[in-house]
Design a protein. Structure first.
Length: 263
């Protein structure tokens, strides 16, 4: 599932293919700039904030995209293209002067904004552990501001700290021995954020460690609790429990926990 580490890795893949390249007759096919043609401008860099991707051009504009649950990016080699059925679902098409083409498939969020106005699309986000300007104290302050809130819901709130999705929220609760419903007031928030930031950086940067929380890359052993409902806890053997999403309640996403390790 796309989380902050997913988008960080995506930016790393796109940089050598797009940065410094001129766009040749590109197009945006959704969002407020749908129908816009991009031609003659050069990609000068990629940045991320949480789950948001920022592609900057030399004309002072930025392409802001978000994959949510269904979007993806791919780059095709010169004289190659994605299958016609996939091309029909492309919301961003960026052919470059090197002959390669970047395709943003099924992207639910596509905005073209002035680079100086990037705050209008990402300014609401909390500190991001994968950014150089990450402020752990500010992230802890924001989370602690609502002491009665469930810790798993606080981790998922991108306005408090950006980049942790449902997998990380569940795994970090396990790693700290916290039941996901424990109120923030009973949590050592700075310690939780320290292990969360370290885990997210490892996942985002180390080969073979993408979203591996246990240290084991063996199939079925990469996660402590996420996706392991009804199976034995890898630490104590107790059956892992799950609570399904609750309709119309954004704070009640699918939640996994070990009833013995997480009190």
């Amino acid at each position: 599932m796309p989380e902050g580490d997913s988008v960080h890795r995506l930016a790393a893949r796109l940089r050598p293919r797009l940065d410094g390249r001129a766009v040749v007759d590109g197009s945006l096919r959704s969002g407020g700039a749908a129908g816009a043609r991009l031609s003659g401008i050069r990609v000068i860099g990629h940045d991320t904030h949480g789950k948001h991707l920022l592609t900057r051009f030399d004309d002072g504009t930025t392409l802001h995209t978000h994959m949510r649950m269904q979007g993806s990016w791919t780059v095709t080699a010169p004289r190659r293209r994605v299958p016609a059925a996939v091309a029909d679902r492309a919301r961003v098409v960026l052919p470059t002067d090197a002959g390669e083409t970047a395709w943003g498939i099924d992207l639910p969020v596509v905005d073209l904004v002035a680079t100086a106005d990037e705050h209008t699309v990402v300014g609401h986000l909390g500190p991001d552990p994968l950014r150089a300007d990450y402020d752990a104290d500010e992230a802890a302050r924001r989370i602690a501001a609502d002491p009665e809130r469930r810790v798993v819901a606080a981790l998922l709130d991108q306005r408090l700290v950006a980049g942790f999705g449902n997998l990380w929220a569940n795994e970090l609760c396990f790693l700290r021995g916290l039941h996901p419903d424990r109120p923030v007031a009973e949590v050592d928030v700075p310690a939780l954020l320290r292990i969360g930031a370290r885990a997210l950086r490892v996942s985002a940067t180390l080969p073979g460690m993408y979203q591996v929380t246990t240290g084991s890359t063996r199939r079925g052993e990469q996660h402590w609790v996420t996706g392991r409902a009804g199976r034995p806890c890898l630490r104590c053997g107790t059956t892992v429990e799950v609570r399904a999403e609750q309709p119309d309640d954004p704070e009640r996403r699918r939640t996994w926990w070990c009833p013995r390790c997480q009190t």
